[in-house]
Design a binder for this molecule. Structure first.
Ligand code: 4AD
Ligand code: MG
Length: 436
């Protein structure tokens, strides 16, 4: 390969260059030929481009190279950009030369159907497919929308540790590792405890990073490593927390509808249900949700957490995400604020996505009373010493505050309309998946 590489264009840059001579690089998607005319469809991650070669107009070496093309070979094609209304992106390339860069013998993923297990074993190659590229771009948009939303509203990003000394959510699903002479470190289940400290320093904050749960569950909603964004706001109560959530989710969905039409079309996503995602979102108390579920034939009893099926059934009753608030204290995390109007419950809420995607947000107002929080830590048999710094936040200028966590993969799966969250992240980690 000559060095330095001569200039070339990405496929997405070509439409305004009609009539000009350009070089472009990419990978072979498909080829076909009829006699003295040959076609190669090239992809480069920014788009697809059909290059047309006619035997009489290209060097013999280029014509011969065309004959050797196989799926996913990398190559450079030179030619003239030509407008063609029927072409994706509106342009084609009339090739003047073609050069193979890297061979690709027997690419494992052919255009025929493959099973899910096979595709996940070849995830590193499967990522190149049209659908996977579309999902990656929707995910990218969701993440950019998240960052923009908080930036526009003057939240400060605070990065929280991944190696932690205290359990953030529940003891049952921790990844633990030995940490020098300091005992056990846990991979963070949440950054929440740390953003609570940061909220007292900065007012409105959020953290955004990978979180870890040693989930033995094999559902289509669970990963062992997933990305969570967690805002925390000083002086927000549970009601304000829910308003922030609905503004946030409506913003993310609107951004994808506005800027990722092409990708959603590639995924054959029906955008009607997404267009309905406007504020205000319906709210229902846990107690009313139980009554409604019973009326719908579910066998839930007051006091139990809502299972995946109950969530789906309940969410089906609404055309946009629904917020279920004030769950029983016993089924929720230790840090949630006791509901003064009914101490059996806490001031929390989950947000359930429509179309069967389940819980995308868990949030709450936090217990700001030192004694009550200490009591809960003891009740849950959590090691008190590990929470002394967390209790300090209630000792030095305690403050009403609330926040929530939105799971990125569940949100992306919902917006893309894909059945399983495994496809919503490039390299998913589950009970069965550590490779590639
Ligand atoms: O409801 P969760 O467990 O809440 C928390 O971790 C709080 N500390 C958040 C906060 O208040 N700052 O998790 C929040 C969200 C869920 O609603 C879900 O979207 C996602 O994180 N989530 C998972 N996503 C994929 N795989 C898993 N195993 C998940 N567990 C939770
Ligand atoms: Mg939850």
């Amino acid at each position: 390969m000559p060095d330095p590489m001569p200039p070339f264009h990405r496929i997405e840059e070509l439409p305004p260059l009609a009539g000009q001579a350009v070089a472009t690089r990419g990978w072979v998607a498909t080829t076909r030929s009829s006699g003295k005319i040959a076609f190669v469809v090239l992809r480069d991650g920014t788009g697809y481009l059909q290059a047309v070669l006619s035997k009489k107009d290209v060097p013999d070496a280029a014509w011969a190279a065309f004959g050797r093309l196989t799926q996913e070979m990398s190559l450079e094609v030179t030619g003239t950009v030509r407008s063609d209304a029927r072409a994706p992106g509106g342009v084609e390339l009339t090739a003047s030369d073609l050069r193979i860069i890297g061979p690709s013998p027997d690419f494992p993923i052919s255009p025929k159907e493959h099973g899910t297990a096979f595709l996940f074993e070849h995830r590193h190659l499967w990522l190149r497919s049209r659908r996977q590229v579309a999902i990656a771009r929707v995910r990218h948009e969701v993440i950019q929308a998240i960052r923009d939303f908080f930036y526009e509203r003057h939240f400060v990003l605070v990065d929280t540790p991944i190696l932690t000394g205290a359990i953030g959510e529940a003891a049952g699903n921790l990844f633990a590792t030995e940490y020098f002479d300091l005992g056990t470190a846990y991979l963070a289940q949440t950054g929440q405890l740390y953003v609570e400290a940061a909220a007292a320093a900065l007012g409105k904050v959020y953290c955004f990073g990978p979180t870890f749960r040693a989930e033995k569950s094999k559902t289509r909603r669970h990963l062992t490593e997933f990305w969570m964004v967690e805002p925390e706001v000083a002086w927000n109560d549970s009601d304000a927390n829910m308003r922030l959530q609905e503004d946030f989710v409506a913003y993310i969905v609107a951004r994808c509808l506005e800027r990722r039409k092409g990708e959603l079309a590639e995924l054959e996503r029906d955008v009607k249900p997404l267009e309905a995602v406007r504020t205000p979102f319906p709210r229902i108390s846990y107690t009313d949700a139980v009554a409604q579920l019973k009326a719908l034939g579910d066998d839930i009893e007051w006091g139990r957490d809502l299972g995946g099926d109950a969530e789906t059934l309940l969410a089906k009753q609404y055309d946009r995400p629904v917020m279920v608030f004030n769950y029983p204290r016993a089924v929720k995390a230790f840090y949630m604020k006791e509901n003064p109007a009914d101490p059996r419950t806490v001031l929390n809420n989950d947000m359930l996505a429509p179309e069967g995607y389940g819980e995308i947000i868990g949030g709450s107002q936090r217990e700001d009373d030192y004694d009550k929080l200490l009591h809960r830590i003891r009740e849950e048999k959590l090691p008190e010493e590990a929470y002394s710094w967390y209790l300090d936040l209630r000792k030095y200028g305690t403050f009403v505050h609330a926040g929530f966590g939105l799971g990125v993969e569940r949100t992306v799966a919902w917006i893309c309309g894909i059945p399983h969250i495994r496809e919503a992240i490039a390299f998913p980690r589950t009970l069965y998946k550590l490779w590639p």
